[in-house]
Structures are given as structure tokens and as C-alpha cells.
Ligand binder design. Structure first.
Ligand SMILES: Nc1ncnc2c1ncn2[C@@H]1O[C@H](COP(=O)(O)OP(=O)(O)OP(=O)(O)O)[C@@H](O)[C@H]1O
Ligand SMILES: O=P(O)(O)OC[C@H]1O[C@](O)(CO)[C@@H](O)[C@@H]1O
Ligand SMILES: [Mg+2]
Length: 345
């Protein structure tokens, strides 16, 4: 059995640990031959791959980034995944002697895994994304690390903000889901947390900031990059498109800060945390989750459970269908936001 491992989407702390887990179990226990394609689908289509064995994954678990590289390169060379695209993939698989894929990625990657599987190309999904927006699983590895980094940023901005009696606005990632903002805001005691799922008006935001000032404190506002204030038609985006041709989200903190300052008279500063929250060593939680995900993926191959994704359910790693994983974006439910909102202002 020859298995190809490939990563796509943004990197996420824990990807190395997941590869290590899959290889230790897949090669040493189940006797598979495993190869890794460099930079996602680019390496697959351009024939750039490395063998994966015990020695290539040694010491990987604490390392951030991903040793294979990742990209948003398109899997399909002709169109949107029609039969001619699938034929190209089958031909290359035959050339490499591949029996199936382990695809490490977020909702986009798992959508591709499902498309391949529906076309009879064997694929198993390993969920990773700092955004935590994948269905079917409680948490994705990388999220806990991103939240820890964002929480540290909240703590640091709070001390400088309080010293200058300023309102500090921190923008975090998450695309169209507010999980990183919700958790970092709750952990850091933010006075306002703004997420895409629950729009708020500029008037309401300023009212919270003023009420904090009236209590003699300075506000810490956490905003998710995909947040749109009431009345805004679109998310704020940066120039250019991402590798998949979507507008790059980001910049809402820099839009909000001057609006808050002009309406409240409180000096306000914006910080965009950006890719810092994806970098560096994974937390212990993410290392363990990623390792268990990798181990489970190798077992799924052994058991022929193609078309599944390794999901965290409670404390167990379970095999869920790719259909369930990608059928909806996992966004922040209203009750979770309401819990946080009680403490605003
Ligand atoms: N519907 C689709 N059809 C074809 N290719 C897709 C589709 N969705 C995603 N892809 C491919 O998968 C890649 C990864 O998807 P995406 O950029 O959404 O990241 P992701 O896997 O969701 O990870 P993350 O959100 O953590 O960055 C895309 O760059 C694109 O090449
Ligand atoms: O690496 P890029 O293309 O800048 O992508 C940034 C995006 O990727 C993510 O980090 C993960 O999906 C998002 O939170 C963010 O919008
Ligand atoms: Mg995604």
C-alpha cells in the first residue's frame, strides 16, 4: 500500500506532529510505503515528493510550520473537478504508484477530499485549521495555539492600553468564523468581542467603550477579521487575492479604531495580529491532538475507511464522513456569543 500525504490551505501548528503520528503508525505498524508531496498540490502535479519514514519525522512534534510545506495551489488543472480533472489525478497517481491520499487541511481541503472520494479516488481527511471552522469535529489542531498567542496579545495590549487610558483594538484571524476572537476575548477578559456571526452597530460598540471609561477603565476590543459592523455590505479586505482567488480578509481593526476615537473622544489604537498567530511551536494540547489524528488516519487506511475524516468528539478520535465534515461551516452559535456578550461594556 503506497500512501501520499499532502497539506493545503494555511499552515496550522501541529501539522508536523500529525505527519509524524501517521508515519509512525502507517510505516512502522501497518507496513505502508508513505510519501509526502511538497507544497500541497504543486508538488503532486510537478512530481516533487519525499519518502516518509521514521527518520524523516524524527523530532517533528514540537516544530511549528510544516516540513512538507503547504499552499493554496489548485488540485484541479482544467476546471472545478470535472472528469478530465479527475483523470489527470488518476494518471499521476498511477505514475507514482499511489493507492490513496491523506489530506491535511481545513474545510477547503476536506471539500477536495470529498470530491476525490466521490470520484472514486481514495482519500482520508486530517482536519487542521486555526479557524476551527470545520464541521464534524469539536476542535481542529492549531486553534489552541492561535488562541494562546491571541490571548497573550490581549494581555500585553491591556497593560499598555491601561497606562495610556487608551482603547486598544486587536484584530485576529478566523475567516468567516469568530472562534479565535471568542476564545481569546473570553480568556483575556475583553470588554468587547466582535465576530462575523453576530453583527453589532458602531453606536453599540462605542456605548460599550464609553461605559468602560465611565467605570475608570480602558477598553480592550477583540475583533475577528471577518466581522462586519451593522450597515457594512462587505468584510474589510486587503489588497489582492489569496492563492485560491478569494479576497484576503483583514483591516477591520484599522477601520474601527478611528471610528471609535472620533465618536467617543478616547484615543484608540489598532493592532493586527496577522500571521504571528499561525507561527511557532504548537501548544501541548495541539501536539497531542495532532499526533492522535495522525495515528487514527493510518488506522483508517488500514481499515479501508476511505471518505472519512478523523474527528475529535469529546475525548475520542472518531471517523466521521467527509460529507458531514464539509456540509456546513462550523460557526459560533448564538448561545456562546450571548455568554461572552454579558460581560461587554
Ligand atoms: N470547492 C473547491 N474546489 C476545488 N478546489 C478547492 C475547493 N475548495 C478548496 N479548494 C482547494 O483547496 C485549497 C485549500 O482550501 P482553503 O484555501 O479553503 O484552505 P483550508 O483547507 O480551508 O485551510 P485553512 O482555512 O486553514 O487555510 C485551496 O487553495 C484550493 O486549491
Ligand atoms: O496565508 P494567507 O493566504 O494569508 O491566509 C490567511 C487566512 O488563512 C487563515 O489563517 C486560515 O484559514 C485565515 O484565518 C486567514 O484569513
Ligand atoms: Mg478554511
Amino acid at each position: 500500500m503506497r500512501i501520499g500525504v499532502l497539506c493545503s490551505g494555511g499552515d496550522s501548528p501541529g501539522m508536523n506532529a500529525a505527519i509524524r503520528g501517521a508515519v509512525l503508525r502507517g510505516v512502522d505498524v501497518h507496513g505502508f510505503d508513505m510519501v509526502g508531496f511538497m507544497d500541497g498540490w504543486r508538488g503532486f502535479h510537478e512530481g516533487e515528493w519525499i519518502p516518509l519514514d521514521r527518520s524523516t519525522v524524527r523530532g517533528l512534534s514540537p516544530l511549528g510550520g510544516v516540513m512538507l510545506g503547504t499552499s493554496r495551489a489548485r488540485p484541479f488543472v482544467h476546471g472545478d473537478g470535472d472528469e478530465s480533472d479527475m483523470r489527470v489525478i488518476r494518471e499521476r497517481m498511477a505514475e507514482y504508484g499511489l493507492d490513496g491520499f491523506l489530506l491535511i487541511g481545513g474545510n477547503g481541503t476536506q471539500t477536495v477530499a470529498k470530491m476525490l472520494n466521490d470520484a472514486g479516488i481514495r482519500a482520508i481527511g486530517l482536519p487542521k485549521t486555526i479557524d476551527n471552522d470545520l464541521g464534524g469535529t469539536d476542535y481542529t489542531f492549531g486553534f489552541d495555539t492561535a488562541v494562546s498567542i491571541a490571548c497573550e496579545a490581549v494581555d500585553r495590549l491591556r497593560t499598555t492600553g491601561e497606562s495610556h487610558r487608551r482603547c486598544m483594538v486587536l484584530e485576529v484571524m478566523g475567516r468567516n468564523a469568530g472562534w479565535i476572537a471568542l476564545h481569546a476575548g473570553m480568556a483575556g477578559g475583553a470588554q468587547v468581542t466582535l465576530i462575523p456571526e453576530h453583527p453589532e452597530s458602531i453606536e453599540q460598540i462605542c456605548e460599550w467603550v464609553l461605559s468602560v471609561r465611565n467605570r475608570g477603565r480602558s477598553s480592550l476590543v477583540v475583533v475577528a477579521e471577518g466581522f462586519k459592523p451593522t450597515g457594512f455590505d462587505d468584510e474589510v479586505t486587503r489588497e489582492g487575492l489569496d492563492g485560491f482567488g478569494r479576497p484576503r480578509l483583514g483591516g477591520i481593526a484599522e477601520v474601527l479604531a478611528p471610528l471609535i476615537e472620533s465618536r467617543t473622544g478616547i484615543e484608540t489604537r489598532a493592532t493586527v495580529l496577522g500571521h504571528v498567530q499561525r507561527g511557532g511551536s504548537p501548544t501541548a494540547f495541539d501536539r497531542v491532538l495532532a499526533t492522535r489524528t495522525g495515528l487514527a488516519a493510518a488506522d483508517a487506511v488500514k481499515e479501508g475507511l476511505w471518505g472519512t475524516m478523523m474527528a475529535l468528539r469529546g475525548d475520542s478520535i472518531e471517523f466521521v464522513s467527509l460529507e458531514e465534515a464539509v456540509s456546513r461551516l462550523k460557526t459560533v452559535p448564538a448561545d456562546r456569543y450571548e455568554q461572552a456578550r454579558l460581560n461587554f461594556g
